[in-house]
Design a protein. Sequence first.
Length: 394
Amino acid sequence: MSGVGIGQRPQNRKQQMVKSLWTAIWLIYLSAPVSDLLNGGHSTGVRILGWLGLVVFVGWYMILVFRTGRGETNAVVLGSLAVLAAQSTLLSLTLGREWLVLFVYVSIASGAALPLRLARWTIPATSALLTVVALAVPDGTAYLAGLLIPAFLGGFAMTGVRELVRTTVALREARATVAQLAANEERLRLARDLHDLLGHSLSLITLKSELAGRMLPDHPDKAAQQVADIENVSRQALVDVREAVTGYRRPRLAGELAGTRVALTAADVIADLPDEPDLTGVPEESESALAWALREAVTNVVRHSGARRCVVGLVRRQTLDGPVLELSVEDDGSGGSASGPGNGLTGLAERLEKAGGSLEAGRARSGFRLVARVPTGDAGNAAGRLTGPVGSGA
């Protein structure tokens, strides 16, 4: 990515060039002083001093804008702004009204480099200084109306940009902290579960191995029994580990519902979700299949539908094949295409069939609707099939 995100410093030379060009665009308003130096009829000595003053002002301004937020104290920033204001005053009084535009840059630098509690004083002070100097410069009042409002509003607009940058940086840091805490918590949970699963089994294996070693010379039959016990314990430990890993990988419906609310809210979609689901009698495989169905449907709503509202329903129904738990996801978006099922829904249908359930998906009256059903109780061993047309996703 070549651009620089809000609140992020340039990471390479290309990003530094992008930021420099973006900042330099606004220097176009210095065309008035440049034109004055070229066509203002000043002597050669005055032009040289004018160019020198303009270059120093622009360089000081760019350094102040680029280095803001890198640990400088407010006193250093205020001192730099005072130097810029002094340069603007001197150049305006000596060279003419065209140089009054420099005060706009001083005001904008105040909003960009100072916190709001200080900028709310420096920006009006800069605007007041602009007014005083404009009244002292010949014909300066003709430029005052066109510069006073940009100086005042532009400065406070930059305070808003500064607050946005600060908030964005804080949000990124908070997200990184939350992700780190979640990862640490998951590691601790995995460590606890593995300790609970394997601690007893490995201790028993070690004990029986030592016992078999002592029995081997004099009692080989008893040693063989201990070895057989070791084999049984190790096999059971392997089964426990596999079940634990499967449990980590298997999505839960309650967790997916919570994630659905977060995803839809982030996408600015009104979410109508059911309360805490009652999963009594629902096999884990069936619950996992419904959780995958909910994840796929909500992903389609967020990415492709352009919907404003999404309704998720979870009800129990009695069918000819037995009781089922039905999940429905309906949105008011653009609807699915008629070109056939997409890969996500095709894989979802296969997953539901494996759990003995079924899938219906297609256009609804006002968008797209997906219905996934899984059997509850003993009916979970029945084979299901696809019972309706499958669209490519909302």
